[in-house]
Design a protein around this ligand. Sequence first.
Ligand SMILES: Nc1ncnc2c1ncn2[C@@H]1O[C@H](COP(=O)(O)OP(=O)(O)O)[C@@H](O)[C@H]1O
Ligand SMILES: [Mg+2]
Length: 232
Amino acid sequence: MSGVEVVLEGVSKTFEDGRIGALTDVSLRLESGDFVALTGPSGSGKSTLLNLIGALDRPDAGSIVVGGEDVVRLQDQAGYRAEVVGFVFQLHNLIPTLSAAENVQIPLLGQGMPRHERERRAMALLGEVGLAGRLDSSPTTLSGGERQRVAIARALANEPRLLLADEPTGALDSETGGQIVRLLLRLRDQHRMTVLLVTNDESVSEQADRVLRLRDGGLEGDSTRASTPRPA
Ligand SMILES: Nc1ncnc2c1ncn2[C@@H]1O[C@H](COP(=O)(O)OP(=O)(O)O)[C@@H](O)[C@H]1O
Ligand SMILES: [Mg+2]
């Protein structure tokens, strides 16, 4: 398993019949295995950009190519989301009536994977995030950082090549947030994923390989712009 290259060219997105401009002509490139922080003020379009790359929404214009596939025109966007992308959100979205191990198995349901294999994988992933002792715990009994670690284990269940994390440390204290980022960096190294992480915390973004800054729906700075021509 390895990461994927992500290439956006001229991506624009509006809401409410064009009255709200969320993104304007955004171009960027993430190399396979990159760990990139996406920062910018509230309302600058960070979540919109992540949702477009994750095919949770469609741009008005522009192309989004992930691993050589145009995800905007992809027939099977659900398959892309399930097989290529892992999502982590600010709020962990764990199901409180299920155990930690059962939550991690959710992405694996409906794939015909034998139950013991699902359980084995959930156990291994929870071990990787340091929660081997909490397999049977309800999310309601876990701390904020532990819940976020379960959410990360769940996002990794399908061995995604691209991990999209939208302010995963936003609801955590800075020390716990720092632990989560270090965990994500280690998991990137182990799983060879590409990671795009939205954060407004400088102590988080400074740990990334690169930082992209959005302002009013456009990227600032140019060190990472995909418009730089590359040899074929
Ligand atoms: N579903 C939506 N409907 C209408 N406007 C939206 C929607 N999603 C986002 N927006 C608007 O798009 C802009 C960018 O939002 P967002 O991507 O959530 O910013 P950020 O994540 O950087 O805070 C904001 O003006 C926001 O109000
Ligand atoms: Mg947001």
